[in-house]
Design a protein around this ligand. Structure first.
Ligand code: LMR
Length: 321
């Protein structure tokens, strides 16, 4: 069972084709029944139903996996954090309904700013007394997809064989690619080429926002990445062993600094099975993590993730009243 919201029709097409999806439910403030009728004609065994705005709880009832890409996209010049005021309350309302009617669902959060919307879902579930940190994920899969695409472009390798773990968070400098962990990482020259590649991975979302020129942000590559992550989770839920994906989750890795942190995570039937220690990272990668790169804000990765988390908490009393 798997539900998807708004903008991500491409993801729904992949879900209709995924043998582990038995019941695909679409919810949106408009058009979901029409999209579901269209998708429902694809000849795969799963059911597909669309729900109108007033039927949110019905759509979520008993769901095992809930994917939330809802909310407004960026315009050129905006950061993901600029979306907080609009998207935080949208995510809060969806999370409230999920906590009520599908408290055991795995929650896959795509809505930006992910570094803040994930703690919001955690808080809503905590207040409802149903929070399970193993089942809450900020989807950072697009950062991994971009890192693979851009590195293979330099290395001349097959993207499918070019795997770069990406840690930290999902906004600008909090996106930290571990190129040293990719076999092809050594084909990147130190200095300018390395820095340009890291910057492109960190600001890949901005590249799309700029190219779309006011018409939104990444939807197709995000839909692909979201479907890759959802598929991995569904395989792990069905008993496949050794499934590993990067995700922004409640993490012990830097728990004195931040509660949520993205890193490679082993998935199992109940969500997060294990969060392995980070591999040995290079001095350059340490710099990306620990040294201030955001000159405007004077923050390092931890400060930025913490600030976005604190903002979610501080404004929670307004949006969770
Ligand atoms: C992305 O990485 O493309 C998404 O988070 C959307 C955005 O605003 O950049």
């Amino acid at each position: 069972l798997h539900l998807s919201l708004r903008r991500q029709r491409q993801m729904c097409i992949r879900d209709r084709l995924n043998p582990n999806v038995t019941d695909l439910r679409l919810y949106d403030i408009r058009l979901a029944p029409g999209v579901a009728a269209d998708l429902g004609h694809i000849n795969t065994p799963s059911q597909c139903t669309g729900y109108a705005q007033e039927n949110l709880e019905q759509a979520l009832e008993g769901a095992e996996v809930i994917v939330i890409p809802a909310g407004v996209p960026r315009k050129p010049g905006m950061t993901r954090d600029d979306l907080f005021n609009t998207n935080a309350s949208i995510v809060r309302d969806l999370a409230k309904a999920a906590a009520k009617v599908s408290p055991k669902a795995h929650m896959l959060i795509i809505s930006n700013p992910v570094n803040s919307t994930v703690p919001i879902v955690a808080e809503v579930f905590k207040r409802a007394g149903v929070y399970d940190p193993k089942r809450l994920f900020g989807v950072t899969a697009l950062d991994i997809v971009r890192a693979s695409t851009f590195l293979s472009g330099i290395a001349g390798s097959k993207p499918a064989d070019t795997n770069v773990p990406v840690i930290g968070g999902h906004s600008g400098v909090t996106i930290v690619p571990l190129l040293s962990q990719a076999q092809q990482g050594s084909s990147v020259s130190p200095g300018e080429q390395y820095e340009k590649l890291v910057h492109r991975i960190q600001f890949g979302g901005d590249e799309v926002v700029k190219a779309k020129d006011g018409a939104g942000s990444a939807t197709l590559s995000m839909a692909y990445a979201g479907a890759v992550f959802a598929d991995a989770l569904l395989r792990a839920m069905h008993g496949e062993k050794g499934v590993k994906q990067c995700a922004f989750v409640e993490s012990p890795l830097f728990k004195d600094q931040v509660q949520f942190f993205a890193s490679p995570v082993e998935l199992g039937p109940n969500g997060v099975e294990n969060i392995p220690a980070l591999p040995q990272i290079t001095a350059e990668e340490q710099k990306l993590l620990f040294l201030s790169r955001d000159l405007r804000e004077g923050r390092d990765v931890f400060n930025t993730v913490r600030a976005e988390f604190n903002r979610a908490r501080e404004e929670l009393h307004l949006i969770l009243e």
